[in-house]
Design a protein. Sequence first.
Length: 311
Amino acid sequence: MTDAAIRTNNLTRDFGSVRAVDSLTLSVPPGIIFGFLGANGAGKTTTIHLLLSLLEPTRGQAEVLGFDTRAHGGEIRARTGALLEFPGLYERLSAEHNLDFYGRVWHLSAAERQDRIKALLTHLDLYDRRKERVGTWSRGMKQKLAIARVLLHRPRLIFLDEPTAGLDPVAAAALRDDLATLVQREGVTVFLNTHNLPEAERLCQQVGVIRQGKLLTVGSPDMLRQQTGRPRADILGDGFTPEVLALLRARPDVTSATMRNDHLLLELPADARVAPIVSALVQAGAEIEEVRRGTASLEEVFLTLMEEGER
Ligand code: ATP
């Protein structure tokens, strides 16, 4: 039997003529935060529903914590937690009563419930506010509480579907920090759906990129950057006319030259130097304000993968 937390083999799900998940073969090791990255409609939520056995696959198999999703949905759901579209909180109850309610659902003893609620709310800096009605809380606080709810029964694996969606950047960053700390403390495996690339970079040891139901690539954010992101230069300035771009593209030390939001982005061969390129730009009449060298961010890798998929 497998010791991967999640293993799928050619997992496929159709909705009528739409193939939402297309021959997904994936293995997620235990103990990591796995980021499942994709644009809207890529098939991320459908994948979680398949893994939780809330949907039947059209074809293929999936095992979660060693249980086949077709035969053992109950076992899987008992050992996992999920934060899907709705936080699953009762707005008229206090934070403490919300968690206590879920503790009863999971058949935790009174002592266990008390311990768990105290530990989780303390880590989330919400213990002092445990008696407040959740309906009065901000979205960010509610979302933190929803994560406490998901972790309450000590699942070995949790599924989070866009947990920071709809939060302002400050609340989203706070939630990410708490999530990173809690996950480490609890030793839980996380399957995190997101289209937020900084989030994946900040949190995930591995990411998989999905487009139109198909897995395009899997690896650590670093590995993906190295694989897809060649050395590059990001040049800020003026006068990057189509003629100047054509001139650059004709050079052997420039692999590609594109404009993105006023930035001239160059992809370079492994050993290229930037100085001769900058001189050539100046000679051609461009004005240079800033030049930054580096490898691509995960965002650029993602955009490149999406663009390659379009072709
Ligand atoms: P988002 O980030 O927008 O939530 P997603 O990556 O989670 O997107 P899914 O919700 O899995 O994507 O949808 C994948 C495809 O399957 C989409 O084309 C969607 O319209 C379709 N789909 C999903 N659920 C259903 C359903 N119940 N009935 C019909 N089509 C569906």
